[in-house]
Ligand binder design. Structure first.
Ligand code: PGA
Length: 253
């Protein structure tokens, strides 16, 4: 049984004050949902304050990015050791990082290694563009992204990683993938790529989220698919909607 995991990617939203006010509003609601892992991913400057605000709850904290080097002349970057006191998770390879900030499969792979070396759980983002989707290239592209991200990662570490399948055309557009399509890509392509590298057992252990206009109205449908273990949520994670989504992700008995 894989524990559902709902992560909120706040992107470049909320000042430190706004972050703390919001976390105080949602933390008890999130904490009540003991059978779902919830993770808040604020901007770097709010990590410390958010970590303080969720202390004593089961709510997790994640960074939205980090650099793979330990320290040095890398202006504007944060190292794994810098974020580690505040986080258990780190989002790596989000499509916005890939599109606007030059992230490549190679840098994502280096970051995955660096995160694991520091005991951080990477949430590795993959997903195709609309053009790739329409050209029927989704499977090959997404499979390639997964395999590149995991290059050289040992099996015992791979099983604990999280992958977020986020079709780029669904991010922030209100146009979400159908449950059948998301489930098929996650089951066959994402887990398939992991199975190709590590075998079926590891592929069945690793948690895979859907991302792209996930919201309180569609989350239960995604969660009903046996291959979908949660969601990486952008817009809806900035509001009380996030608590509703975590509640809706609870396993049905
Ligand atoms: P969205 O963003 O939920 O606003 O579509 C998802 C993401 O980018 O992780």
């Amino acid at each position: 049984m894989r524990t559902p995991i709902i992560a909120g990617n706040w992107k470049m939203n909320k000042t430190v004050d706004e972050a703390v006010t919001f976390v105080r509003e949602i933390r008890s609601g999130l904490n009540q949902q003991q059978d779902v892992d919830s993770v808040l991913c604020p901007p770097f400057v709010a990590l410390s304050a958010v970590a303080d605000a969720v202390r004593g709850t089961k709510v997790g904290v994640g960074a939205q990015n980090m650099y793979f080097e330990e320290k040095g002349a890398f202006t504007g970057e944060c190292s794994p050791a810098m974020i580690k006191p505040f986080c258990q998770y780190v989002i790596l390879g989000h499509s916005e990082r890939r599109a606007y900030f030059g992230e490549t499969d190679e840098t994502v792979n280096k970051k995955v290694h660096a995160a694991l070396a520091h005991g951080l759980t990477p949430i590795i983002c993959v997903g195709e563009t609309l053009a790739q989707n329409e050209a029927g290239e989704t499977q090959e592209f997404v499979s390639g992204q997964v395999k590149a991200a995991f290059a050289g990662v040992p099996a015992d570490k791979a099983a604990g990683c999280i992958i977020a399948y986020e079709p780029i055309w669904a991010i922030g557009t209100g146009k979400s993938a159908t449950v059948a399509d998301a489930g098929r890509i996650i089951g066959l392509t994402v887990r398939g790529a992991i199975a190709d590298i590590y075998g079926e057992e590891t592929a069945q252990k690793l948690r895979v989220q859907y991302g792209g206009s996930a919201n309180p109205s569609n989350i239960a449908d995604y969660m009903s698919h046996p291959d979908i273990d949660g969601a990486l949520v952008g817009g809806a994670s900035l509001k009380m909607d996030f608590v509703a989504m975590v509640k809706a992700a609870a396993p049905r008995s």
